[in-house]
Design a protein around this ligand. Structure first.
Ligand code: ASP
Length: 311
């Protein structure tokens, strides 16, 4: 076998950032991120240079499109994407949904800027390149090499603002669900996410309905519960043709509709909301955007979430 060929797509984030008096900003190019020891043949791609918190949904689809373009070359053995950690769980999961290829696609980033003497970026990039050339990582979908761990993108979430092990996972064996095998070029549909709490105004949902969102994700409390007044708004939203998905603001555990009383997940489900058993708001939202962009119906979105559990 010859030298492995890897495409490294740079998008910005702390891994490419330098400290300035106005705060850290992405400055390094894909070529700047390459290790000195170029064991695999690496093709650098400068896709964008943004803080991932400033990405648009369109930017996230652009990353998925760049991965698809890289994998269109049969001589490529794997892809590494460097990305800000703030929304890495979203973009990596979008790519996981969009591609069916067995070749490794590995996301990585850093918690410390590139000019930090104790920066974690170089080690994370080295680990991502190693994973991208590892035949044992084939067929896993998108993986994330970070802080000495290699995690599946599915179920991932940013768990620490500062620890070098930035990520954790709600469940490490969620089933790989791929959409139609290519990245939608249609403008992404608008899907909003709301966090619920005692005293939340039902008007927030009414406002989303009036703005004609295509979907709504509710981060409810506990196992998907909220106030009965929210249930009435969910009924109206579903009647208006909006796909409503309920998840929880709790980081771990399955969401199982258990409670009634007017605002429990049992009531929300009866009002037409789809329950996301594992995917939390950031990834649930990405799934709905991706599904609606491929023309999925509400029933198909429901079937997707019903099958989104462990393999
Ligand atoms: N704000 C940065 C970003 O998401 C944080 C990071 O990369 O760690 O781009």
């Amino acid at each position: 076998m010859g030298t492995p060929r890897i495409v490294l797509i740079s998008t910005g984030g702390t891994v490419a950032a330098q400290s300035t008096t106005d705060g850290a900003v992405p400055r390094l190019s894909a070529r700047d991120l390459l290790p000195d020891d170029l064991a695999p043949e690496i093709v650098p791609v400068d896709l964008m240079s943004v803080d991932s918190s400033a990405m648009t949904t369109g930017d996230q689809f652009a990353v998925a499109g760049a991965v698809e373009a890289a994998l269109a070359d049969p001589s490529v053995d794997g892809v590494v994407v460097t990305h800000g950690t703030d929304t890495l769980e979203e973009t990596s999961y979008l790519v996981d949904l969009c591609h069916t290829d067995d070749r490794p696609v590995v996301f990585t980033g850093a918690q410390r800027t590139s000019d930090d003497p104790h920066g974690d970026g170089p080690a994370n990039i080295a680990a991502a390149l190693a994973a991208a050339t590892d035949p044992g990582q084939r067929g896993r979908g998108v993986i994330v090499a970070f802080g000495g761990e290699v995690l599946s993108a599915r179920g991932l979430f940013k768990a620490s603002t500062t620890d070098l092990n930035a990520f954790d996972t709600v469940h490490d064996r969620l089933r790989r669900q791929t959409l139609n095998g290519h990245v939608s070029t249609a403008p992404p549909r608008r899907v909003d996410a709301l966090s619920l709490y005692p005293g939340v105004s039902p008007g927030l949902i009414a406002a989303a309905v009036s703005q004609q969102v295509a979907g709504l994700v509710l981060s409810a409390t506990g196992s998907g519960n909220t106030h009965p007044d929210i249930t009435a708004e969910v009924t109206a939203a579903v009647r208006a043709g909006i796909v409503v998905v309920v998840t929880t603001r709790v980081p771990f555990g399955e969401v199982v509709p258990t409670y009634g009383g007017g605002g429990g997940a049992v009531d929300l489900h009866r009002a037409g909301a789809i329950v996301s058993p594992w995917l939390r708001a950031p990834q649930a939202r990405i799934a709905i955007v991706a599904l609606l962009s491929t023309g999925a119906t509400a029933d198909e979105v429901g079937a997707f979430f019903a099958a989104s559990g462990p393999a």
